[in-house]
Design a binder for this molecule. Structure first.
Ligand code: ZN
Ligand code: ZN
Length: 343
């Protein structure tokens, strides 16, 4: 069995790893069809996140169950599945307090990860990191289920009313998919903001939303031109650049809301927190995927991905596994909004 391995920051290898994976009472075996490159994979690749204690690489995958294991987990051989956090354990302090996105770290659920021909996934009656893929959804678009789960969480935290204006800073997959989900939930004008010319060009081609380039000196006026002059109802700050939080405080309206799914490193020079009080702002964090279970026990994210599949497919660029170097290079440069490696 072969795997794309990150041996050191910037150093990828496609190599034979043998086949010693056996399912247990709590795992199922999945033959991977495709795996998306996440921002967290890029952080490992770029060396901004430490590789030492990482168990796996790649967690946005689709595939087929080849061994459903011994557990009673609703999985059968031949079922098409995609990764996403469907259920937390329901027993830990976090799950019992409505914080199931903190239940069991992702590092425990997936070995050796999605950039491989086969992987083991923890899947029990209580805990699930796999959703069945509907027949109408292809394997490539299904890889976006996991980031769509994170984006769904962001959209829920935005707590919008129909017609609300939304400004999304940072048009990586999370920001962009959150924008699409918010649109589907009834948001009014949604504007994207980014500073990467290559990424802006790629997204403009899709026609999914209007974009301002925050390197333009008058970008704030451009936003005000497109929205109500008193500011934005809900701002999503998904850049990962701490200084952009200042712009978020500035652009939000009085009583507005700012959602922060950004993974920040570092601090903000000259940060002025006064607008938080003056404008009565609400600032909320949004961390990772979270179970979005419907009353029938299945995931609302699956329905949302199906509903938005035509738009979502526009932001995916597919690479054969042999071209993994190119996939990572394009994910880094912004030439691919969401690079997906096909096995
Ligand atoms: Zn991810
Ligand atoms: Zn739990």
């Amino acid at each position: 069995m072969k795997q794309i391995i990150l041996t050191a920051p910037g150093k990828l290898e496609y190599r034979e790893i043998g086949n010693k994976m056996n399912v247990t009472d709590t795992t199922v075996k999945v033959e991977v069809k495709a795996c998306g490159i996440c921002g967290s994979d890029m952080a490992l690749y770029n060396g901004t996140r430490d590789l030492t204690n990482e168990h796996y690489f790649g967690h946005e995958f689709s595939g087929v169950i080849v061994d459903p294991g011994k557990g009673d987990n609703g999985m059968k051989a031949g079922m098409r599945v995609a990764s996403e956090l469907v259920k937390g354990c329901g027993k830990c302090w976090y799950c019992r307090n409505g914080l199931a996105n903190y239940c069991k770290s992702l590092n425990d659920v997936l070995l050796p990860g999605g950039f491989t021909e086969q992987t083991l996934v923890t899947n029990t009656e209580e805990y699930s990191f796999l959703s069945p893929i509907p027949d109408e959804l292809d394997d490539i678009t299904a890889t976006i289920m996991e980031p769509a789960n994170c984006a769904y969480h962001v959209a829920m935290k935005a707590n919008i009313c129909p017609g609300d204006t939304v400004l999304v800073f940072g048009l990586g997959a999370i920001g962009l998919v959150a924008a699409l989900i918010l649109k589907s939930m009834g948001a009014g004008t949604i504007i994207g903001a980014d500073r990467s010319p290559l990424r802006i060009e790629e997204i403009r081609k899709t026609g999914l939303l209007p974009i301002v380039n925050t390197t333009d000196p008058n970008w704030k006026d451009q936003v005000r031109e497109m929205t109500a002059k008193q500011g934005i109802d809900a701002v999503i700050e998904a850049t990962g650049a701490p200084a952009v939080l200042k712009d978020a405080l500035d652009m939000a309206r009085y009583g507005g809301r700012i959602v922060v799914p950004s993974v920040y490193h570092g601090s903000i020079d000259g940060f002025e927190p006064l607008p938080i009080m003056r404008k009565e702002l609400t600032i909320v964090g949004s961390k990772g995927p979270a179970p979005q279970m419907k009353s029938d026990g299945t995931s609302a994210v699956v329905d949302k991905v199906l509903e938005l599949k035509d738009s979502l497919s526009k932001i995916i660029k597919v690479y054969d596994y042999k071209d993994y170097e190119q996939a990572f290079a394009d994910a880094r440069s912004g030439a691919a909004i969401k690079a997906v490696v096909k096995f």
